[in-house]
Design a protein around this ligand. Structure first.
Ligand code: SF4
Ligand code: SF4
Length: 369
C-alpha cells in the first residue's frame, strides 16, 4: 500500500501512476525478457522509496538499486579515524552532523570519543560551528565537512562567515564528494547493469539539468530528475520506463518546480570560490580522481588538514559490505550481518547508521519478519 494518505486525490493519482508503471514494466519484461533496473543515486530517494511503499509496490516489476548518494555512507573510515585523533587536543572542539557521530571508524566512533570526555558536538549547520568558535576564542573548532553538491555551498557559506567575522580559530576537515565522478566510475566499471538513473532533485537544484547531460551523450543512459514524494518518484520511474522501452537516452527534468536548466549560479559560484577539485577516498570504493572538493591554497588557513598534522593508519577491514551495497552489487539483506550483528542500534557500517542509508531503509521498512 502506498503511503500517500494526505489527500484522496493524491492517493488516487498515485494508484493510477502505480498501475501505469506496473503496466510499462510488464511491457519492458515482455520486450527484453528481464526486469528493468534503475539506480536511485540519492540516499534520500532510497529512504523515501522505502518509506512511501513505492519500493515494495514495485517488487517483481522494477529493480530499484540504491546508489552511492548518501554522504554519510561514503565517508571513508580514515576520515573518522582522523577526526577521532583530532579530539586528543584538550583545546579542541570537534563539530559534525548528527549521523556522523555513530559512523564507525577503524577503532571507534566520535560518539565513543564524546563518551570518553572529548569535546565533540553535533551541529545542524556548519555556521553553528563558526558561532561556537566565536564563543570559545581560546579553543580550536574543527568542523567535519561532508556532503555532496547540495551541502558544499553551505560549507562555503560557513567559511565566508568565518572570513568576514575574522574567526581565526575555526577550520574544516573536508571530506566532500561529487556525483558526476562516481556515476562515471559506475558506468565505466559496468559491474551492475542499469537501464537508467533516478537523479536527485537536491543536487540537480544546485547543478542544473544540463550538468547531467553527459549520461545521455557519453554513456547512452536515460536519466530522470525527481523530487522525493511518492507521486514525484512514480512519475519519474514512469518516464524512465518509457525511455528505456524506446531505448531513448535523454536526461529529463521531472522536477521543474525546483530544478532549472543551469542550476543555482550563486551556489556554484561560492563552491568554486573557496574550493577546488581534489582526489577523494570513498568508503568501500577507494580513491576516485577529482571526485571531491577541498580548500584552494589561498584559504589554507581554514583547512584543518593543513592546520593540524594527523597520523592515521590503514583502515581496519571489517565484514561490512557497504561498499557493495552502495555500488548496487548487493541488496542489504544479502549482507550476513544485516539485522543480526548489524542493526540501527548497533550499526557496523555507515549504511545502517545514516538516516539516508540503504541498510537502515531496508531495516525500517522492508525487513521480512
Ligand atoms: S545530500 Fe542531497 S543528494 Fe545527497 S543523499 Fe542527501 S539529499 Fe540526496
Ligand atoms: S548490514 Fe551493516 S554491515 Fe552489512 S552492509 Fe549494511 S551496514 Fe554494512
Amino acid at each position: 500500500m502506498l503511503d500517500v494518505m494526505d489527500s484522496p486525490t493524491r492517493s488516487t493519482l498515485s494508484q493510477t501512476l502505480l498501475q501505469e508503471v506496473q503496466m510499462l514494466a510488464n511491457q519492458f519484461q515482455q520486450t527484453f525478457g528481464r526486469m528493468p533496473s534503475f539506480m536511485e543515486v540519492c540516499g534520500s530517494h532510497t529512504m523515501a522509496l522505502a518509506r512511501t511503499g513505492v519500493k515494495k509496490a514495485l517488487e517483481g516489476y522494477v529493480r530499484l538499486i540504491s546508489g552511492p548518494g548518501c554522504p554519510v555512507c561514503v565517508t571513508d573510515q580514515v576520515t573518522i579515524d582522523a577526526m577521532i585523533s583530532l579530539t586528543d587536543g584538550s583545546d579542541r572542539i570537534i563539530c559534525t552532523f548528527g549521523d556522523m557521530m555513530r559512523v564507525p571508524g577503524s577503532y571507534g566512533t566520535l560518539m565513543q570519543a564524546k563518551t570518553e570526555g572529548k569535546d565533540v558536538r553535533v551541529v545542524y549547520s556548519p555556521v553553528d560551528a563558526v558561532r561556537i568558535a566565536e564563543q570559545h576564542p581560546h579553543q580550536e573548532v574543527i568542523f567535519l565537512g561532508i556532503g555532496f553538491e547540495t551541502t558544499i555551498p553551505i560549507l562555503a557559506a560557513a567559511i565566508k562567515e568565518a572570513e568576514e567575522k575574522q574567526v581565526h580559530n575555526f577550520s574544516m576537515w573536508m571530506s566532500t564528494k561529487l556525483v558526476e565522478p562516481i556515476l562515471r566510475q559506475l558506468l565505466h566499471e559496468r559491474e551492475v547493469s542499469l537501464d537508467g538513473f533516478l537523479l536527485p532533485g537536491h543536487v540537480s537544484m544546485v547543478m542544473g539539468r544540463a550538468h547531467f547531460e553527459f549520461l545521455a551523450t557519453e554513456y547512452n543512459m536515460p536519466a530522470v530528475i525527481s523530487g522525493f514524494e511518492a507521486l514525484h518518484m512514480l512519475s519519474a520511474i514512469r518516464h524512465l520506463l518509457m525511455l528505456a522501452l524506446k531505448q531513448h537516452a535523454i536526461v529529463l527534468n521531472d522536477y521543474k518546480s525546483v530544478v532549472t536548466e543551469q542550476g543555482s549560479v550563486q551556489a556554484k559560484y561560492w563552491m568554486n570560490h573557496y574550493f577546488t577539485l581534489c582526489d577523494e577516498a570513498w568508503r568501500g570504493i577507494g580513491v576516485i580522481s577529482q571526485s571531491g572538493m577541498d580548500f584552494k591554497k589561498e584559504y589554507d588557513r581554514f583547512n584543518a588538514k593543513v592546520k593540524f598534522s594527523v597520523l592515521t593508519r590503514e583502515p581496519r577491514r571489517t565484514k561490512c559490505r557497504c561498499g557493495e551495497v552502495i555500488r548496487g552489487l548487493i541488496d542489504p539483506p544479502q549482507c550476513a550481518l544485516f539485522g543480526k550483528a548489524c542493526t540501527p542500534l548497533q550499526p557496523i557500517g555507515p549504511c545502517m547508521v545514516s538516516s539516508e542509508g540503504s541498510c537502515a531503509a531496508y531495516y525500517q521498512y522492508m525487513r521480512e519478519e
